[in-house]
Design a protein around this ligand. Structure first.
Ligand SMILES: [Zn+2]
Length: 76
């Protein structure tokens, strides 16, 4: 489980069950545990106004430069 934070204000955005290596490019809705983000139509934004990503069919397409994260990534 990792904690994804806003790169702008360091606020916690969501807890995410990450499996596999690599960067977080897409967050699937069924693996998001706690979601503190806001929605503006197709956009996912932080309370500070930082654009985090955009909604796609099954998840959120993240903007890697907008987020930081910490925690353990489970290796398959
Ligand atoms: Zn923020």
């Amino acid at each position: 489980m990792i904690v994804i934070k806003c790169a702008g204000c360091k606020k916690k955005l969501m807890k995410y069950h990450k499996v596999g290596k690599g960067k977080i490019l897409n967050c699937w809705f069924d693996k998001i545990k706690n979601d503190f983000t806001l929605r503006e139509k197709e956009s996912v934004v932080c309370e500070c106004g930082n654009l985090i990503g955009t909604i796609s069919a099954k998840g959120i397409r993240m903007k890697p430069n907008s987020i930081t994260y910490s925690g353990t990534i489970i290796k398959k």
